[in-house]
Design a protein around this ligand. Structure first.
Ligand SMILES: Cc1cc2nc3c(=O)[nH]c(=O)nc-3n(C[C@H](O)[C@H](O)[C@H](O)COP(=O)(O)O)c2cc1C
Length: 210
């Protein structure tokens, strides 16, 4: 059983709640084969024409530029990491209503027809990662779980749509810590309760897979 933890915050755990969620999750995993994919530590050029130029050149056997080599290697590394995983854990903050750009780049690398999804002969989308499970760990300073605010939340909602809705992974655990910036007096309790849920999720996963 291989666990891939996609860590998407390079702020220290003493300051960033989602980094603390990552740390707590790791501390409470037991007896599992765990790999961290740190999107801020990886060399991940932005997805765009450099990649398409590289593919065209590779088909023609032409030499790649430095940026083209880097993006091809980075995309392959992300895809290999995802492929090898049975469970994929995403630990990320909500920043400016969405996910950090580095995590977006990871998704851009693996969101590939023929790899994570395909279209069948009737034009229907078919998920290709239905044998994998996903865990969502996310923090947001405001409250985005009410009917009025939920449509603005594009971090956890986005990741769930991508990995669950498109890739077909089963989302087995989801822990959201929210509202600690909106209600500073309640922040210590909100964060402590959320981190306890993160620890429980890690322990449940360890128990299932031991
Ligand atoms: C750059 C940045 C942007 C943020 N944008 C929002 C936001 O749009 N809405 C919100 O409620 N909180 C926002 N926050 C607060 C975070 O959601 C909060 O700190 C939460 O704990 C997740 O981020 P963290 O893990 O980096 O702490 C932002 C924080 C940072 C550092």
């Amino acid at each position: 059983m291989n666990i891939l933890v996609v860590k998407a915050n390079n702020r220290p755990a003493s300051e960033a709640v989602s980094s603390k969620m990552y740390e707590t999750f790791m501390e409470n995993l037991d007896g599992l084969n765990v790999t961290t994919y740190d999107v801020f530590a990886e060399d991940m050029p932005y997805f765009g024409q450099d990649l398409f130029n590289a593919f065209a050149k590779m088909q023609k056997g032409e030499e790649l530029t430095d940026i083209e080599q880097r993006i091809v290697a980075a995309k392959q590394k992300a895809m290999d990491a995802l492929k090898a995983a049975d469970v994929v854990v995403f630990a990320f903050p909500l920043w400016n209503l969405t996910i950090p750009a580095k995590l977006q780049t990871f998704i851009d690398y693996v969101y590939a027809s023929g790899f994570t999804f395909k279209y069948d002969e009737n034009g229907q989308m078919v998920s290709l990662m239905t044998d994998k499970k996903a865990v969502i760990l996310s923090a947001r300073g405001g409250v985005y779980s009410t009917p009025e605010t939920a449509p603005m939340e594009m971090a956890a909602t986005y990741i769930k749509n991508v990995v669950g809705g498109i890739f077909g992974m089963e989302i087995v655990e989801e822990v959201i810590i929210e509202g600690h910036n909106a209600a500073p007096d309640q922040a210590p309790n909100i964060i402590a309760e959320g981190l306890a849920k993160v620890a429980e999720a890690a322990k449940r996963l360890s128990a299932v897979t031991v």
